[in-house]
Design a protein around this ligand. Sequence first.
Ligand code: 5AD
Ligand code: SF4
Length: 448
Amino acid sequence: MTQPKTYFVRSYGCQMNVYDAERMEELLGADGMTRAESQDDADLVVLNTCHIREKAAEKVYSEIGRIRKKGEKSGRKAMVAVAGCVAQAEGEEIARRAPSVDVIVGPQAYHRLPAMTRTAAAGTRAVDTDLPTLAKFKALGTARRARPSSFLTIQEGCDKFCTYCVVPYTRGAEVSRPADILLEEARKLADGGAREIVLLGQNVNAYRDEHGVGFGDLIGRVAAIHGIERIRYTTSHPADMTDELIAAHGEIQALMPYLHLPVQSGSDRVLKAMNRSHTAESYSDTIAALRRVRPDIAISGDFIVGFPGETEAEFEETLKIVDATRYAQAYSFKYSPRPGTPAATMDTQIAELVKAERLERLQSALNAQQIRFNQNSVGLCVNVLIERPGKREGQVVGKSPWLQSVHFDAEGAAIGDIVAVEIESAGPNSLAGRRRMSDDRTGRGQVA
Ligand code: 5AD
Ligand code: SF4
């Protein structure tokens, strides 16, 4: 096989993978390769995979099969690299199930991807699934392509070991990147045109660097960077919502009024079996404290239904916490047994049909809340950070402070601008409106 000249990175799963995929593209670009228009045109296809649920992992194998078949048909075989969490968790199984894969690289080793393509081009499959997180970031440096809303990974890995979750095994132990390096990266992003920074981590609010800089402190320092108008962070654990961090939501103007705070279940027995170190009550207390300091904060969450042993009454407690919390947005899943996790071998697994029925009930409650939340925005004038062109000529799409997508006519505004938009209509997943020309200002909250 010859050394690839073009690449295509396809990403699955969470925002951390989106960040990683961009860094891989930068690495391959710096190594002299160019980005192919589509996966089918590329000499190198990188599948940046997700292992969180069974369906996500199975998608990878069917995609590998599709690429191989296409190569056989056209006689032009692309180099295939499997990156991300499936590579980390199932490196050996990939080699067995999909012998056509040329490179297997885990999430903490992808800085070696260019070198690994050369090994593969020379005819040997290249495999690296070591977990030295900080070595990777050192090798990557801080030169980045900025977007109006740019991701910044500040922390990786997880020490929480929820009994259903593969993350502690695929991403390794919690590691926080040093604040000074993060601030340098954030400043470069701001200079390159970023107006919003999204701080990323599997347990982002457990952030604490080796010099003792905590998460609230880091947010304050990023907020002080010239050009940065908005800050978000994801994903948080309820147990790490410290008083200092809650207070920051009331004090730091740039911190957007939106928080993704997974609860997973409303039943204390299930939460305990999940090893979630919080209760339904402590979660609700945290939400109440956040709403006291920032009354307009929108809450988003994650839920799992059908965890082993979950009874109908316990599931109904989840519906109760949904009712009480009033979510703006949420993600909900059927429990999926993951190899190597404690819950996968519990002998009280729930039937697929029961899981499906519970998921449907939960999702209909969550969808109704999301629609209500969006409808309540109609008539408001909100600041929107413009992120990309819309479908129609002259139309653009951006985000409200509450992370709602807003479609409107640019009328002279450009990508990266923050403008005031009067919301005229709401759908389940987005809003539409019209610019209010006299009111443009910073992106920090609502205009009227
Ligand atoms: N089954 C179903 N959902 C899961 N999640 C994590 N592991 C599993 C699993 N084994 C969900 C949780 C988590 C989100 C990222 O994915 O809700 O917060
Ligand atoms: Fe997984 Fe729990 Fe860690 Fe989140 S906190 S990554 S759900 S183990």
